[in-house]
Each structure stands twice: as C-alpha cells, then as structure tokens.
Design a protein around this ligand. Structure first.
Ligand code: AMP
Length: 380
C-alpha cells in the first residue's frame, strides 16, 4: 500500500512557540453582551450561558421532563458560517440546541497554535443573537438556540489538565487505528484530545443528536466510531462543508492567512477537485485520481517558485489521500458501491520578505495548516 504522504516539497520550519500559555478560555470583561453570573443570557435573547456542569444538567433534566429533544453543536468558538450552518441543521431537527464553545487544550500539540487560537467571544455572541432572530422568524424550525455551554478548563478537566505531550498521563479516550492515520499521523495527540473532549461534552449535555462538519471528515469518522464502540445513545449528524465563493473551506484559522497567502489558499480545494473530476470521468484507481491532483499542485508550486520572494507564497503538502470512507485507510481502487474520501492537508508557510504595511494575517501570519476533503459518492 502506498503512503498517503505523496509529496514533500519544502522543509517544515519550526513553529514559533507562543509566549503565553492559556489553559482556559477567557471571557471578555468589557463585554456588554454576556454576563458571568449563573443564569446569564446573551442579551436580547433567551439563549442561556452555562459555565457550570450542574446548572446545565439541571436545565437538561427539564428538557427531558418536557419531552424536548436536545441537539449539541460542539465548537471552539471564532464562529463562522460553517458553524452557523450546523446550528441551523440542529434547530431544524431538535427542540433545543446547545452550542458548546471551548478551546480544548489537549487536542493541540505542544508546538501548535493553542496560545494564539482566535477567541472572539463578543463576536460569537452577536452571531448567535442574529441567528437566533433568523431562526425565530423562520417557522420551519423545530427549535431554537437554547444555550451556550462555555466551560473553563478546570471544569472540563476536574483532575487537572493533562499536558499536551504524547506520553501525557490522564483520562483519555483513544480511537485507533483511525485516529492514528492522516491528521493523526501529523498531529499525534489531536484525535485523543478530540475524542476525550467529545466524550465529556456528550456526557455533560446528553444530546439526542450531535452535529459535526464534513470539513473535518476524519473527526466525523472518529466521533462516529467512538459513539458506536462505547454504545453511546446519541446520533451523529454531518453537515456539508461551507466555502468561500472561490472554494476555500471556511475555517477559524483562515484569519491567520493574510492577503498574499489567501490568494493561493485554494491550492488544496482545487487539487482535490482535480481528483474528483477524474472520478466523475470514470477513473477508479489511485494513480488515475491522484496523478492529476499531484500534477496540479506541482504546477502551482513551480509557478510560485518563479516569482520573486516578496511576491510568492510557499507551501508544503502534508498528504493527499484517497481513503476508505469508514476506516480512512488508504485504498488503491475505489469500490463503486462504497465510494471513497479524498482528503488533504497543506501547510502555508509564513510569507517571505513581508512588505511595509502588508496584511500578514492574525498574529503576524504564522504557518497555517489547511485541511479539506471531498466525498466521492457511491455510484448507485
Ligand atoms: P471548530 O470550531 O473548528 O472545532 O469546528 C466546530 C465544528 O464546525 C466542527 O464540527 C467542524 O467540522 C465544523 N466546521 C468547521 N468549519 C466548517 C465549514 N467550513 N463548514 C461546515 N462545518 C464546519
């Protein structure tokens, strides 16, 4: 079996480590939108803000008694239209929607961007308030946004926060082998952190349904497997990937890109589209699908390398994968009855020779890891 790591054009530069360790999400004290007190709501809405498990559980019990279903949308905040689309789906299918906002430290590797991960509490509250209005005006919905769960790390990790090291001790949920492949190979603690925090959130909220974006396709496979293997009583629902008009998948991390890198950031979506086009033409083998994809990406990189350093954008391809839809194992041939998952990860390197006044993106434009995928549907 071939390795999914097809290309590695450039050396991976050391990611600058941050100066401040932040192990819990902070709330804006200047915010007039939200209150810290128990029982607080997002102003001008009925959306409750829970920070404590006990208060949320009390609320949850009331929903059960009233025969109201609960849908959970887990997020790390810095909300965008992709998150909102999941909340809309949840409101269409449940009486009450809980949106969790928690930047989970254990899913970040030690050299990753936990310190600088965008936290935009006020803007998130405004987006939820606007969406709440939209949902209440649309009679087609079953429910509404009922609550935001925004815990501290002390609440989520009551025995103390485990370190982000690979050999860290603590109470973890690990889903293997799927959690070790692809994203898991590049980020060895990532899915352990994701599965652990999802297990906690599902235990705290007890949702009938949970909503995840296809954007993070391997995460959906990991969460589905966790729910199945731990006999959990919740249904995992997947929402389509929301994109910018040029095809870039929306992501909270896109704010790091800045203008120069943003103009080339469709490299991954276009690469995957090249492989998808081959599938649509009737190709089924790995070579037939990934050949055009790799050609496209090589051509784009060559083009960039011909530009002057102050103009160009360099990137490193982590992997382009053609995988089994249930296991994420690499495949040589697509079984038409089953379909496949095309996915990839590309690291956009910091811009060279930044120009005076150039928009470098949030935090001075650190390396940005883009991920994306396309589901190749079964041919029926
Ligand atoms: P995050 O806040 O990045 O952890 O994402 C929270 C949820 O939103 C996850 O289930 C993501 O897969 C989903 N999500 C993120 N980006 C998108 C997008 N562009 N379209 C749809 N869902 C998304």
């Amino acid at each position: 079996m071939k390795s999914p790591r097809m290309l590695s054009f450039l050396l991976f530069p050391k990611v600058a480590s941050g100066t401040r360790l932040c192990n819990s999400r902070t709330f804006s004290t200047s915010s007039t939108l939200c209150h810290r007190a128990a029982g607080a709501t997002i102003p001008n809405t009925s959306i409750r803000v829970f920070r404590e498990i006990s208060a949320l559980r009390q609320w949850r019990r009331k929903q059960l008694v009233d025969y109201r279903t609960v849908g959970l949308v887990p997020t790390m905040g810095a909300l965008h239209s992709g998150h909102l689309s999941l909340i809309r789906m949840a409101a269409a299918e449940n009486s009450a929607v809980v949106v969790s906002i928690y930047v989970n430290p254990t899913q970040f590797g030690i050299h990753e961007d936990l310190d600088s991960y965008p936290t935009t509490w006020d803007a998130d509250c405004k987006m939820l308030r606007d969406l709440d209005r939209e949902l209440s005006e649309d009679g087609g919905n079953l429910g509404k946004i009922a609550a935001v769960f925004a815990p501290t790390t002390a609440t989520m990790y009551p025995s103390g926060r485990p370190s982000q090291e690979l050999d860290s001790k603590g109470s973890f949920v690990t889903i293997t082998p799927v959690g070790e492949l692809l994203e898991g190979a590049s980020r060895p603690t990532f899915f352990r952190g994701v599965a652990t925090v999802c297990m906690k959130l599902f235990n705290i909220v007890s949702p009938e349904q949970v909503y995840f974006g296809q954007k993070d396709v391997q995460q959906t496979v990991v969460v589905k497997k966790m729910v199945k293997d731990f006999c959990m009583d919740t249904k995992v629902v997947i929402g389509a990937t929301k994109r910018e008009p040029d095809g870039l998948a929306l992501s909270s991390r896109n704010v790091y890109l800045g203008a120069r890198r943003r103009s080339v950031a469709t490299v991954l979506s276009k690469t995957l589209e090249a492989a998808e086009a081959a599938y649509t033409r009737g190709c089924r083998s790995r070579a037939e699908l990934l050949g055009p994809a790799n050609k496209f990406i090589e051509h784009l990189l060559k083009e960039q390398l011909q530009l002057k350093p102050e103009k160009r954008v360099l990137f490193e391809v982590d992997y382009i994968s053609l995988a089994h839809p249930d296991t994420m194992e690499e495949i040589e041939e697509i079984d038409e009855q089953r379909g496949a998952i095309l996915s990839g990860a590309v690291k956009m390197l910091p811009v060279e020779m930044p120009q005076d006044g150039e928009d470098l993106g949030l935090s001075g434009g650190p390396p940005v890891r883009l991920i994306d995928n396309i589901i190749l549907k079964a041919v029926t």
